[in-house]
Design a protein around this ligand. Structure first.
Ligand SMILES: C[S@@+](CC[C@H](N)C(=O)[O-])C[C@H]1O[C@@H](n2cnc3c(N)ncnc32)[C@H](O)[C@@H]1O
Length: 350
């Protein structure tokens, strides 16, 4: 998980790979705001006042954020005042807008729910590839895709949407322990006819999925407890603790997810999750101990680091080693993730 900068401290630039805190947020390309009463000069003056207030509050991308807040408020000056005041006080822009842009589309988010990050497109791209490969090798329909720790459900929905564009219809199941998250996820997942359930990790999944999951996406919390205090206020004060706190070394939830994965994965299916830079060795060891083949994915530009654990496939003995050839000597695959998706911008978290 990555976390955006505080509204008052961020500067543009690439985040450290896998850094659990402090990644910068890309500004939003905006649609032009509607003309204000009184015509263009009045609208320009109103916009300039909003920009000035946001800049005074320390917003790095004040112009972009002002345009988005103006768009959200429309002609309602009281609503605009409220939005600007809340943003100046440090509320995440996405919570105020009610949406985040990821992979070129706006998805619902809400106060009290984790805001999906652009760097998670690394997980999305790998999940799409694994889902497409599962579809190609299986004769019994589309791949089964689970978004565990789904938050707003955006990652699973993006993967399902990408697969659909390739003519692959995935069966999407999303689950999270937080009912506030699953309430939002239900909105994002609905177009993909996926199920959304609430509960602790695998306990929330339909039992019928055991042994059938091709793609087990699990962007769980992985910030060490002691590091929470160093996180930007936008995350620390406005995203739920359960979405951030991964326990003493950050891997409490991840370890449980890894240990349970073999019982749910289909042959050749894979678990995918994000980690921080200092967590790779422990995470890959846990994956191997669970009987899954670990791989590490890295996208330096996005500041993303992820681990994949693949269940043995029936034809493993016949494999040609293609995956290994893509992997460097340290077991890390370097990728540009989906730069086009990241560039899509919007009210987006880096
Ligand atoms: C870092 S957020 C990621 C959310 C979402 N996957 C995304 O990328 O936007 C972690 C999510 O894990 C959920 N979570 C934490 N512990 C959990 C558990 N034991 N079982 C299920 N979900 C859990 C949180 O509620 C939160 O929504």
């Amino acid at each position: 998980m990555t976390v955006p900068p505080t509204a008052t401290s961020a500067a543009p630039g690439a985040p450290a790979v896998g850094a659990p805190v402090g990644a910068p947020r890309r500004p939003a390309p905006v649609r032009p705001p509607p003309p204000a009463p009184g015509g263009a000069p009045a609208a320009a003056a109103a916009a300039a006042r909003v920009v000035a207030r946001l800049r005074a509050a320390g917003c790095v991308f004040a112009e972009d954020e002002a345009a988005l807040l103006l768009e959200a408020a429309g002609d309602d000056t009281a609503a605009l005042e409220t939005l600007v005041a809340r943003r100046a006080a440090g509320e995440p822009l996405e919570h105020l807008l009610g949406w985040v842009e990821l992979d070129g589309e706006r998805w619902a988010v809400a106060p009290g729910v984790f805001v999906p990050r652009q760097r998670s497109l690394l997980l999305v791209a790998e999940a799409e590839a694994i889902g497409a490969a599962a579809h190609a090798r299986r004769a019994d329909g589309g791949p089964v895709l689970v978004d565990l720790c789904c938050g707003a459900g955006v990652l699973g929905a993006v993967v399902a949407r990408r697969l659909a564009r390739r003519g692959v219809r995935a069966a999407l199941h999303a689950a999270d322990v937080d009912p506030a998250a699953t309430a939002v996820a239900a909105r994002n997942v609905a177009p993909w006819a996926g199920s959304v359930t609430t509960g602790d990790l695998y306990a929330a999944l339909p039992a019928g999925l055991r042994g059938r999951v091709d793609v087990l996406l699990c962007h769980a919390p992985y910030v060490p407890t002691a590091a929470i205090a160093t996180m930007p206020p936008e995350a620390r004060e406005h995203e739920p603790r359960v979405a951030l706190d991964g326990g003493a070394d950050g891997l409490d939830v991840v370890r449980r997810a890894v240990a349970g994965a073999p019982g749910w994965l289909a042959p050749g299916g894979a678990l995918l999750f994000e980690v921080g830079e200092g967590q790779v060795a422990a995470a890959t060891a846990a994956v191997a101990a669970a009987g899954l083949a670990p791989r590490v994915l890295r996208d330096d530009e996005a500041g993303a680091l992820a681990v994949v654990g693949t269940a043995p496939a029936p034809d493993d003995a016949d494999r040609d080693g293609t995956d290994l050839e893509r992997t460097e000597g340290d077991g890390t695959e370097h990728t540009d993730g989906d730069a086009a998706g990241r560039r899509a911008g919007g009210a987006a978290r880096a």
